[in-house]
Design a protein around this ligand. Sequence first.
Ligand code: HGY
Ligand code: MN
Ligand code: MN
Length: 407
Amino acid sequence: MDTAEFRRLWDELAPIGRRPGGGYLRYSWTPADLACRDWFRAQAESRALRYETDRNGNLYAWWDPEPEPGEAAESGAILTGSHFDSVPHGGAYDGPLGIVSAFLAVDELRAAGAEPKRPIAIAAFTEEEGGRFGVPCLGSRLMAGVVTPERARSLTDPDGTTLAEAMRAAGADPSTLGPDPERLASVHAFVELHIEQGRALDGGDAPVGVASAIWPHGRWRLTFTGAADHAGTTRLPDRRDPMLAFAFAVLAARKEARLAGGLATIGRVEAEPNATNAIAAKVTAWLDARAPDEAVLNEILSGFESKVSERAERDGTGFTIEPESETPVVDFDADLRDRIAELLGGAPILPTGAGHDAGVLASHVPTAMLFVRNPTGVSHAPGEGASDEDCAAGVAALAAVLRDLAC
Ligand code: HGY
Ligand code: MN
Ligand code: MN
């Protein structure tokens, strides 16, 4: 795969959803998402790949085998692909790199005259980031039955629009949402290529690594409640200001994570009434916590919850913490992992703290991930990137894996 071919296809998709500052706003079921879906369909159809949308709004481009007369195709599809949606003002590569690379890998296999013995499908999963409706990997979790269609339909975005309303406004039908066991059963293996979200590969010789595991992680909604009042006339002792426990919580999250050896982030907050000259009535924030194992994650959460509860009580304010999504540790299929690492000439094997649809599907089908070197490690931010050379190497690696598994 030469870099010019990668760059040509990459530049076709790159403008969709890009903001003037360089970050991306590709929220599911918005015009940017619909433009990505149109792009996906055009890529599928221009390659005579069978285009399909499943009951949960995930997309597929199928390269179906054409067995010789009297022969039968092997059962079980090899799925690859990733997601289009981004975090607010996220980077260009998180998600789309796996989809663009999959189309180019199919091109490379065809150029080499390869023919699939089993179906190959390129997938684009919806709402992987949870950037609009708050639950990550929603498309794959619905397919796997991990999230109920009722809960999904009622999820709301920051404007209060439900997923069902957003889908209908986009011309999609939310009544079909639900588990798709037959589809899962039809998958022989899933291999997701993704930009590395970290710097483990940087400085090494290998442009592509293979995932071993995804750290256990989750996101929790924090609600701090107090008494709205006048900023200029309410004595300090008379205040029940929820901002105090919120501010304490941000620092407590960091301290508990540091002491326990994990990660904790509070990067999203909403204050009501959000007025300069009024004491807040309510503060809502979200905790993202991750750790190398469940014990450390639980240690962070229990320390955080007890200390913040104590502070809120002292301030005469309310505090609740509710899980929005929790992902147990994911260990990718060891045989598939080792087979791919060997195929790629002894590619480095590394864990990640980032969640992926591959992490959801790993409980149902043999699953692997390829990571393309990210020289800065930056992700979920406009500075995310990888060199065209490494992206082309990722395409070649994915093509080799698809050939090994399907042709
Ligand atoms: O947030 C994550 O871990 C992933 O990038 N969606
Ligand atoms: Mn992401
Ligand atoms: Mn991603």
